[in-house]
Each structure stands twice: as structure tokens, then as C-alpha cells.
Design a protein around this ligand. Structure first.
Ligand SMILES: Cc1cc2nc3c(=O)[nH]c(=O)nc-3n(C[C@H](O)[C@H](O)[C@H](O)COP(=O)(O)O)c2cc1C
Length: 395
């Protein structure tokens, strides 16, 4: 067993929170808080996790479950278990191998990886790293021409679904980033960086790896015609200038021949709109509590969306998944599968691909144990009768 594998094995790492603790230790505050934090008072960030705790199980005991069937069919791909790696922007900051390590970890675990537009590695390299399905998440940063070029590259490279994120009308207010001087640290302007640099110096191992990797890279998948790849520092402003609207989907459907999934749906109305514009799926998501603070936990929003979709599209959800039992609860309430963001990103930050593999192994083992203890043989048999939700919860 390698030193790195040992570092994320029991007794050091038993659950996702242990990976979070390791990530916190390895990363400078600015990078850890970028990964861990949410918007404004972080109410929605906390609620996403709390909602899973509020819903309790109703097991069927004295039932033998020798083998469980965890396979899930999502967007035409067969996944070994129903947890997909969510797009996590600029994962290369967490680990030099970043998006490539995450994609490789997903493929080896038999599941899918969704690559963010805000990636530090070329989309072609990320696709080549994975033996599993890889999907592309689109922001319109850089304008339609830049997006068209990326979509075409993604299609040629073999990405098989397009996730369009709709909850970034402007950048969320991440108070931790302002306090840490994250923008200044990413600016490359040494005078602006100096007051905040001590965070980097306090984490020499991370800093060495970061410098050997060449520091902050330009974004190789956002290529502005006539200018070249966009700089990371310009992303927040570019996001505000490039809001996706329902009208854009007409153009996107012409550009992208495969399935389109709308990420960031929280109401039945938006779910119906997504279907009207041709979406094959929706992700019930509040961006992990990083955009509009004060929206409801995604687990709470899920039943309304499932009802509105009424089987016409695939419903995925994300936000707050830290245990396999959370995945089971989301499926009981109608999700086909979940996306996990921080759960694998903590692993990536802690130990690169080995950490991603460990995060996915933890979730999978949790899932198997939960199904056995619930007395349920197949994910297809899960429904709301296995849960008790507090009064007032939509069913
Ligand atoms: C550090 C970080 C960066 C993210 N970047 C993106 C992104 O580039 N595009 C996107 O659609 N969602 C992005 N998200 C949101 C995730 O895709 C996902 O919706 C969210 O992380 C789910 O919540 P969880 O982290 O509690 O699992 C990001 C999330 C985090 C934590």
C-alpha cells in the first residue's frame, strides 16, 4: 500500500468528513474555502446537508439482501452506482492533476464525470483520462463563439451529454473568498498578492506542487476568438456578462446533437420550461449553496420537480451528499442518480486520484450497507415508503 493510499485508509479516513479534514490541512485557506464555502450567510449550504438529516428511514427488517443491484442508467450510460462527479470549477487548484484525476477516478469506479467549463486541463486530455462516460458542463463565458468552439471540441472528443448551468445570473457572493483575498491571489499581480501570500507559504507541499505545475494556468477550454484562452481572474465578470436564458436553448439544440441537461432547477415551473426547450434531463441543484443563498435545500425541492417532470425527462439532484445513505434518500424521493461535488473534491485535494477513489469507495460501501439495512434489493424498488419526512415536506 502506498503512503498516499495509507493516508486515506482507515483509521485515518472513515468518512467524507475525514477527507474534508485532510483537505483543510493540505490546502491554503484561500483554496480550501473556495472549495468548502458557500454564498453569503451559507444558510443554503448548511440546509443542503441538514435536509438529509431531517428525513429518516423506515426499514423493512428480517429481509435478506445478499446482493444489491446498484446499476443506474443515466443519459444512455450504464453506471456502476448512482453517483456522478459534479462539475467543480478549476479543480487544478486543488491538485495539479485536477480534472484529469477526477475523470480517471470516476471511470475506474464505473461512473461518469462532468467537466466544468472552468477547467485547468484541456477537455481532450480529460476525456482521454477516463474509461467511463464524460459529460461537458457549459457556461457561456467568453460569448457564443467561444462556447461554439468548446461544444464542437467536446463533441469531437467524445463527450456524450451537455449540462447547461442556469443558476449563475451573476457570481454568488462568497464572503470567505473576499476575506482570504482569493481574487488578488489569482490575479498574478504581485503587489495585490503580497498581503495574502502567507497562506501559501504556510502550506509548502501544496505550494511546491502548485509551482511545479506552472502556477495559475489560463483556461484552455474558453478560447476567445482573436485573444486566446481566458484568464481565471476574468471569469467572475465574464459570468455576469453571459447569462444563459431559455432562448439560448434553441441555438444549443442546433449546436449539440446529444442530450442536453439543465442544471440548477429548483421549481416545477423551471422543470417544465426545461422540458419545453428540449432537455433530456434536469439537475435539481442550488450550486451547492454557492449562488443564491436562502433557496431551499435541494432534497426539499426534489419532489416538486419530480412531480412536474412526470417521467418526461431524467431527474438528477445534487447538494449536500456526504454519505451513501443520502444517495438512497434522494432516490427514494424520485432522483435517478445524484451528483457529488465537494465529497470527491475533498478527496482530490487530500490525495489526488487516490483520494477521489477513496471518496467514491466510501459512498459505495455506505450505499450497499444502507440498502441491506433497509431490506431493499434494488434501487428500482426504492420509493417514499422507505422514508419519514417531517410534516410540511412535499411528497
Ligand atoms: C469548488 C466548486 C466549484 C464548482 N464549480 C462549478 C462549475 O464550474 N459549474 C457548475 O455547474 N457547478 C459548479 N459547482 C457546483 C457543483 O457542480 C454542484 O452543483 C455542487 O457542488 C453540489 O453540492 P455538494 O458540493 O454539496 O455536493 C461547483 C462546486 C464547488 C464546490
Amino acid at each position: 500500500m502506498s503512503r498516499l493510499t495509507r493516508a486515506v485508509a482507515p483509521p485515518h479516513v472513515v468518512n467524507i468528513d475525514d477527507l474534508r479534514r485532510l483537505a483543510r490541512r493540505r490546502l491554503p485557506a484561500a483554496v480550501f474555502d473556495y472549495l468548502d464555502g458557500g454564498a453569503e450567510g451559507e444558510v443554503t449550504l448548511r440546509e443542503n446537508c441538514r435536509a438529509f438529516e431531517t428525513v429518516t428511514f423506515r426499514p423493512r427488517n428480517a429481509v435478506a439482501v445478499p446482493h444489491c443491484d446498484f446499476r443506474a442508467r443515466v443519459l444512455g450510460a450504464e453506471l456502476s452506482f448512482p453517483a456522478i462527479l459534479a462539475p467543480v470549477g478549476y479543480s487544478r487548484l486543488m491538485h495539479p492533476d485536477g480534472e484529469r484525476a477526477a475523470a480517471r477516478g470516476a471511470g475506474r469506479a464505473g461512473t461518469a464525470y462532468i467537466l466544468s467549463t472552468i477547467s485547468g486541463h484541456k477537455l481532450e486530455d480529460v476525456k482521454a483520462s477516463s474509461s467511463g462516460p464524460v459529460w461537458y458542463q457549459l457556461y457561456l463565458v467568453g460569448g457564443r463563439e467561444a462556447a461554439e468552439a468548446a461544444i464542437e471540441r467536446a463533441r469531437l472528443a467524445g463527450f456524450s451529454a451537455l449540462f447547461v448551468t442556469i443558476d449563475t445570473g451573476t457570481a454568488g457572493m462568497r464572503e470567505r473568498d473576499i476575506r482570504n483575498g482569493t481574487g488578488e491571489l489569482m490575479s498574478g499581480d504581485i503587489r495585490a498578492m503580497i498581503p495574502h501570500l502567507s497562506q501559501f507559504l504556510a502550506h509548502p507541499k501544496w505550494l511546491t506542487a502548485f509551482l511545479l505545475d506552472g502556477g495559475i494556468h489560463k483556461l484552455p477550454n474558453i478560447v476567445i476568438p482573436g485573444h486566446g484562452p481566458m484568464s481565471l481572474i476574468n471569469v467572475a465578470a465574464a459570468l455576469a456578462d453571459s447569462v444563459v436564458t431559455w432562448r439560448d436553448f434553441q441555438w444549443l439544440r442546433v449546436m449539440w446533437p446529444g442530450p442536453i441537461v439543465v442544471k440548477g432547477v429548483l421549481t416545477g415551473d423551471d422543470a417544465r420550461r426545461a422540458i419545453d426547450v428540449g432537455a433530456a434531463g434536469v439537475v435539481v441543484s442550488n450550486h451547492g449553496g454557492r449562488q443564491l443563498d436562502g433557496v431551499s435545500a435541494t432534497l426539499r425541492a426534489l419532489p416538486e420537480v419530480v412531480k412536474a417532470v412526470d417521467g418526461r425527462a431524467e431527474v438528477l439532484m445534487d447538494g449536500g451528499v456526504r454519505r451513501g445513505s443520502d444517495i438512497v434518500k434522494a432516490i427514494c424521493l424520485g432522483a435517478r442518480a445524484v451528483l457529488v461535488g465537494r465529497a470527491y473534491a475533498y478527496g482530490l485535494a487530500a490525495a489526488g486520484e487516490v483520494g477521489v477513489a477513496r471518496a467514491l469507495a466510501i459512498l459505495r460501501a455506505d450505499l450497499e450497507r444502507t440498502m441491506k439495512l433497509l431490506g431493499c434489493i434494488s434501487l428500482g424498488d426504492l420509493d417514499a415508503s422507505y422514508l419519514d419526512a417531517p410534516p410540511g415536506w412535499p411528497r
